[in-house]
Design a protein around this ligand. Structure first.
Ligand code: SF4
Length: 474
């Protein structure tokens, strides 16, 4: 998703995966699925298909439409089974070597891997493997998984995968494709989503989000459960639960921002959850204003919920330019807040003289928000009341979300009042952690909220802890 938050004032999306088994146009369906998952990663995309004993691949840097601009690039990916990936680099650099699906061959076994998530013991495992002579080609932590599979003493591919995944810790929603099988796996804590569907001709489809199933007219069957490995081959689907049970830690931020609003996530519509986040925010942090406006696009649903709950008019007071790419030429004469202005412009006739509540889904560094407040004041807004449909973001994520270091998070070292002063708002109000859990219907626990609460379900240790704090590149 190219969004106002691309200017660096937001947690970044992670990666998206899709796999198809048993359809003559498997690569085409993967291609469409990747378009639906584009919001989960814009730095690279790829698809690997299988036919006979061969794998066929195409991958590149950039958006799905650019990587697969040439029709032949998909047509060449023959076979009735395929996996795809969109990437945002959470671990490893963003060069082509890290674009997935990762593809390897060892002892005559060809494998392609698509990974969404981050390992918290990547650095120590990598050091151990290098000591034993392993040579790494890319810098992403997914390659560690492949090395562990290659070194496993188990006989079958499935047992090798179980062996390898028993050694890694962290977040992994994974797809493995060989000429013979498609394996879908989700870590025991279930940080990242992974869903299973049935497509045209009875094909199996596995994807990060249900919006990918919708596009290719596949029906949602069920989630891949935390700790489950699903093996799909020509005989059908077999489910395994080889790992010890762990408490669930599904990422609550998927509801707040990462997942698409039209996705159904962990049995709830993301859109409805975001409305509820806005309603809870209104109950906890009401504002005496004339109108409510969202920061587009990610603040829209929460702003609607906020406005409805308070009986206030909702307006699109900030207009987004949808046609701005990711790179642009800066004018030589510096225009203040140029980057944000290129993307967003206030509607002066609507805003002039009004007391306005501005609703956003989260606040990370505060820099973009400060620019938006300045723009609104310049457009003649009488009062700006900032409302955030999430609690203060106080810590980084170790589980597959690209976050700034703790020091860059404005809420890690400033009070709410200080943040309000920094961004220049008349008042500021955040949703409480309890309110957030209520909004996501979290009656039994089961969600990770570590970047808000500091309660990390899996702490990186030793060198990995140093690495996760951004001192090393993996
Ligand atoms: S730390 Fe935050 S972003 Fe990371 S998994 Fe937990 S809730 Fe999600």
């Amino acid at each position: 998703m190219t969004d106002i938050h691309d200017f660096g004032d937001h947690f970044h999306d992670e990666c998206g995966v899709v796999g198809v088994w048993g359809h003559p146009e498997a690569a085409t369906l993967c291609h469409l699925g990747l378009h639906a998952l584009q919001h989960r990663g814009q730095e690279g995309a790829g698809i690997v298909s299988a036919q006979g004993r061969e794998l066929y691949a195409h991958r590149g840097r950039g958006l799905v439409a650019d990587v697969f601009a040439d029709e032949e690039s998909v047509a060449r990916l023959v076979g009735n089974r395929a996996v795809g990936h969109v990437r945002y680099s959470t671990a490893g650099t963003s060069d082509l070597r890290n674009v997935q699906p990762l593809q390897v061959e060892f002892a005559g076994q060809k494998i392609a891997v698509s990974h969404n998530g981050n390992l918290v013991n990547a650095r120590s495992l990598k050091a151990e493997l290098e000591n034993e002579g392993a040579i790494f080609h890319a810098t992403s932590d997914t390659e560690i998984i492949v090395h562990l599979i290659a070194r496993s003493k188990q006989k079958s591919f499935m047992n090798k995968v179980v062996d390898a995944m028993g050694r890694v810790e962290g977040a992994w929603s994974l797809l493995f494709l060989t000429p013979d099988v498609l394996v879908a796996a989700r870590d025991p804590m279930g940080f990242r989503p992974l869903v299973l569907g049935r497509g045209l001709n009875g094909a199996w489809v596995v994807a990060s989000e249900t919006c990918a199933l919708d596009l290719i007219e596949a029906t949602y069957e069920r989630d891949v459960e935390p700790g489950e490995l699903v093996l799909i081959d020509d005989l059908g689907l077999t489910s395994f639960h080889p790992f010890p049970q762990s408490p669930r830690s599904q990422c609550v931020f998927e509801y707040l921002y990462f997942a698409r609003p039209d996705t159904s996530l962990w049995s709830r519509d993301v859109y409805s959850v975001r409305l509820r986040l806005g309603e809870r925010l209104a109950a906890e942090q009401p504002a005496d204003v004339d109108i409510v406006i969202p920061v587009p696009d990610s603040g829209v649903s929460a702003a609607l919920g906020f406005a409805n709950a308070l009986g206030l008019p909702f307006h699109l007071g900030l207009m987004r330019n949808h046609y701005v790419g990711r790179s642009f030429i800066e004018p030589t004469q510096k225009i203040r807040d140029f980057g944000v202005k290129l993307k967003l412009n206030p509607v002066p006739g609507l805003l002039k003289g009004k007391r306005v509540a501005v609703v956003d889904d989260s606040l990370v560094r505060g820099t973009t928000c400060a620019k938006i407040v300045r723009m609104l004041r310049k457009a003649g807004v009488a009062e700006v009341h900032l409302r955030i449909a999430a609690p203060p973001t106080t810590g980084p994520c170790f589980y597959g979300i690209d976050t700034p270091t703790r020091g860059e998070l404005i809420a890690s070292s400033n009070t709410v009042k200080e943040i309000g002063h920094y961004v220049g708002a008349d008042t500021i109000g955040y949703l409480s952690i309890a309110g957030m859990h209520q909004a996501v219907h979290d009656d039994e626990g089961g969600y990770c909220d570590a970047c808000f609460s500091g309660r990390y379900p899996l702490e990186p240790r030793g060198d990995d802890a140093v690495d996760q704090l951004g001192l090393f590149d993996v």
